[in-house]
Ligand binder design. Sequence first.
Ligand SMILES: C[S@@+](CC[C@H](N)C(=O)[O-])C[C@H]1O[C@@H](n2cnc3c(N)ncnc32)[C@H](O)[C@@H]1O
Length: 195
Amino acid sequence: MELLPPSILEPLPLREIFPAVRLVEVDLGSGSGKFLIESALKFPDRNFLGIERLLGRVRKTCRVASEIGLPNLRVLRLELDYTVRYLLPEDSVWRFHLNFPDPWPKRRHHTRRVVDSEFLEAINRSLIDGGELRIKTDHEAYFAQITKAAGQSSLWNPMEWVDEGYPRSGFEEQFLAKELPIYRLRLGKRASDPQ
Ligand SMILES: C[S@@+](CC[C@H](N)C(=O)[O-])C[C@H]1O[C@@H](n2cnc3c(N)ncnc32)[C@H](O)[C@@H]1O
């Protein structure tokens, strides 16, 4: 179901948005929704929120999700950087998934890449203790940039990639079919030092 935010100036009331209070996972740039839908189906005891700016992709996701009937899935048609920085409440998300973010390969377009240190900080604020960010990309240089930004911050614990049974995303299927390498990064929220 498409999520129409009650306000785009106030944090989202995530607890009221889903029918049951459960761990929340966010799919950043959910595309046509394959990963989001199959995850919500596979893990019915968790809530899944997709964020995607393209109307056609959001509509497709909503159509398929409503045909299946997935009470634990919502899609928000908004810009994901804005949503993470201003709309997701602090300490609210268990896992973020960033599957194949647009790599903007031309140098003059690098500023359009969504991941930078401020974005990572905003993600970290929204995570609950024990939460994590899971990233996959086919783009080696973008992967190196993300890994470097995370490594320069004291907010993250790099974790070993563990395949926890999540489905493949639409883009992942395409890259696997072409036998292209896929780079994976799992960043755990580092516990803050006791005062
Ligand atoms: C390369 S596709 C990957 C889609 C999906 N995650 C997958 O792995 O199949 C990137 C997706 O992110 C969306 N996207 C890119 N930048 C975005 C932004 N700033 N806000 C919201 N969506 C964005 C695009 O519209 C597109 O659907």
